[in-house]
Design a protein around this ligand. Sequence first.
Ligand code: VAH
Length: 320
Amino acid sequence: MSSAKRKILVTGSSGQIGSELVPALRERYGTQNVVACDIKPLQEGSGPFELADVTDREALEGIIRKHRIGSIYHLVSILSAAGEMNPNLAWSVNIESLRNVLDLALQHKMEQVFWPSSIAAFGPHTPRIHTHQLTVMDPNTMYGITKVTGELLCNYYFVKYGLDVRCLRYPGIISWKTPPGGGTTDYAVAIFHGALREGRYECFVAADTVIPMMYMPDAIRAAIEFTSAPRSRLHTHLGYNLAAMSFSARELAKEVKRHLPGFVCTYKPDARQKIADSWPKSIIDDRCSRKDWGWKPRFNLCRTVEDMLNHLRVVVPGPR
Ligand code: VAH
């Protein structure tokens, strides 16, 4: 992804993916060659950081010039549940910032742009089992609409201008380092904190709700392997389907209980249930990712729960 002389910019660097992608990129390309950027001040870590709102094109261009940026991982996004609380803000943050990145990447002849799409780009009429790469996409959340729109924009900048923009349709991502914010899949992270802190968790989706998921180490490796793949290997610049595992809230709770026998999970669906019910159920068909750039997940539910608890036991206080 990074040419020797120009640097990588990661926007949304303090978010759930960004806070783990920045260290991974710095390990691969060198700390000084990866510039982190977020609207929130940096919590920890060294390396170049810029405090900026990337919906402000001038501010973004100033960072690109100052650091001689040659490629961008654009992670800024308002997620599904938060987006339904403020659809206008979700549109402006998710789409205006992407337009800025694409236009400036073109203007500054950048090597590549990476942008995470999501299974939220699928909607209620999308086949929910083994969802294909090319299929009906009629999301009914503003977040999902920004993801479909974003994919179409990325493909447009490739087809019309030859810009190497690459998108992955991530499932829900589970991680322990940085809490997610405003997502419908946040229960799959919060359940671990509830189990360790209080021995119980009230889940905001029904027990039989099934959503495709991925553990963060797989998500980070996918971004790096995908952006390192030769451009000639890729047959689309719309989003590539990406899969790892798929399980119900009840199955997740049962796996947590295997490690914490006293854990009790209850279920009280809220407005996020409707969003979850509009997304694919089984893992989506990611044959294109496997064929075009060699994708292969490493974490299943059992390994994910074990690793999450091993890490969170150290940081989350509470009865065991
Ligand atoms: C959300 N975590 O819940 C995100 C994700 C598939 C869902 O894109 O909005």
